[in-house]
Write a protein that binds this ligand. Structure first.
Ligand SMILES: Nc1ncnc2c1ncn2[C@@H]1O[C@H](COP(=O)(O)OP(=O)(O)OP(=O)(O)O)[C@@H](O)[C@H]1O
Ligand SMILES: Cc1cn([C@H]2C[C@H](O)[C@@H](COP(=O)(O)O)O2)c(=O)[nH]c1=O
Length: 207
C-alpha cells in the first residue's frame, strides 16, 4: 500500500472534527479521503448508532470494545485499505488509540487485551502518523456543553473521572507509540491549532 494513513486522536471536544473539516479546503497535492470512526461507511455508522445511543446504558464494556473493533474492521476493508492501495492519503477522526485509551484504560479492560482484539480486526494496518489533540478534559467537555451542533452521546455522559482516565490512557498510549504520535496543543484558538496541524502534515507529506 503506497498511500498515507493519518489519524486524529484526543479526548472529547479537543477540536479534531473542526480541524479535519478545515483541512477539506487544503490542497495536499494528492487525493485525500476524510473519514471517521466509528463510522465512515454504512455498516460502521449503524454500529456507531448502537454504541453511542444514550439509552444503551446496559452495554457491557467488552461488548463495547468488540463493537468498536467490528466497526473498525469493516471500515478498513471497505474504505481505508482500497484508498491506501490507490495511493491516497486517508485522514481518519479516531482509530485504534481511542479503543486503547477508552476501553483499554478508562473502562479498565487492559490496554494489552484491547490491543489484542484489535490486532485481529486491523490485521497489520496501523496509522503512519497520529496527531494527538492535547486538551484538559474539563476544557473539552465545556466546549461540547456549549456547542449547539454537537449531539451529546453515551460516552460524553460518563462521569468526569472517566474522562480524566481517558486522558491518562492516552498518555500511556503515547509513551508506547512514541514514533508514530505527535502532540498538538489543542487549547489554542482554532486558527492557531489549524496552522500547527498544517505545518506537521506539510512536513510529513513532503518528506
Ligand atoms: N480551538 C478551539 N477553541 C475553541 N473551541 C473549539 C476549538 N476547536 C473546536 N472548538 C469547538 O469545540 C466543540 C467540539 O469541537 P470538535 O467537534 O471539533 O471536537 P472533537 O475533538 O471532534 O470532539 P469529539 O471527539 O468529542 O466529537 C465545537 O463546538 C467546536 O466549534
Ligand atoms: C473509535 C472509538 C471511539 N470511542 C468513543 C470516543 C467518543 O466518545 C465516541 C465517538 O464520538 P466522536 O464524536 O466521533 O468523537 O466514541 C471509543 O470509546 N473507542 C473507540 O475505539
Amino acid at each position: 500500500m503506497n498511500g498515507l494513513f493519518i489519524t486524529f486522536e484526543g479526548p472529547e471536544g479537543a477540536g479534531k472534527t473542526t480541524i479535519l473539516n478545515m483541512l477539506k479546503n487544503y490542497n495536499f497535492g494528492r487525493e485525500v479521503v476524510f473519514t471517521r470512526e466509528p463510522g465512515g461507511i454504512h455498516i460502521a455508522e449503524k454500529i456507531r448508532e448502537v454504541i453511542l445511543d444514550k439509552n444503551h446504558t446496559e452495554m457491557d464494556a467488552r461488548t463495547e470494545a468488540l463493537l468498536y473493533a467490528a466497526a473498525r474492521r469493516q471500515h478498513l476493508v471497505e474504505k481505508v485499505i482500497p484508498a491506501l492501495k490507490d495511493g491516497k492519503i486517508v485522514i481518519c477522526d479516531r482509530f485504534i488509540d481511542s479503543s486503547l485509551a477508552y476501553q483499554g484504560y478508562a473502562r479498565g479492560l487492559g490496554i494489552d487485551e484491547v490491543l489484542s482484539i484489535n490486532e485481529f480486526a486491523i490485521n497489520g494496518v496501523m496509522p503512519d502518523l497520529t496527531l494527538y489533540f492535547d486538551i484538559d478534559p474539563e476544557v473539552g467537555l465545556k466546549r461540547i456543553a456549549d456547542s449547539e451542533i454537537r449531539e451529546v452521546n453515551r460516552l460524553d455522559l460518563e462521569k468526569y473521572s472517566f474522562h480524566v482516565k481517558v486522558q491518562e490512557g492516552y498518555q500511556k498510549v503515547i509513551e508506547r507509540f512514541q514514533d508514530r504520535i505527535i502532540k498538538v496543543q489543542a487549547d489554542q484558538p482554532v486558527n492557531v491549532v489549524f496552522e500547527e496541524v498544517n505545518k506537521i502534515l506539510a512536513q510529513y507529506i513532503c518528506d
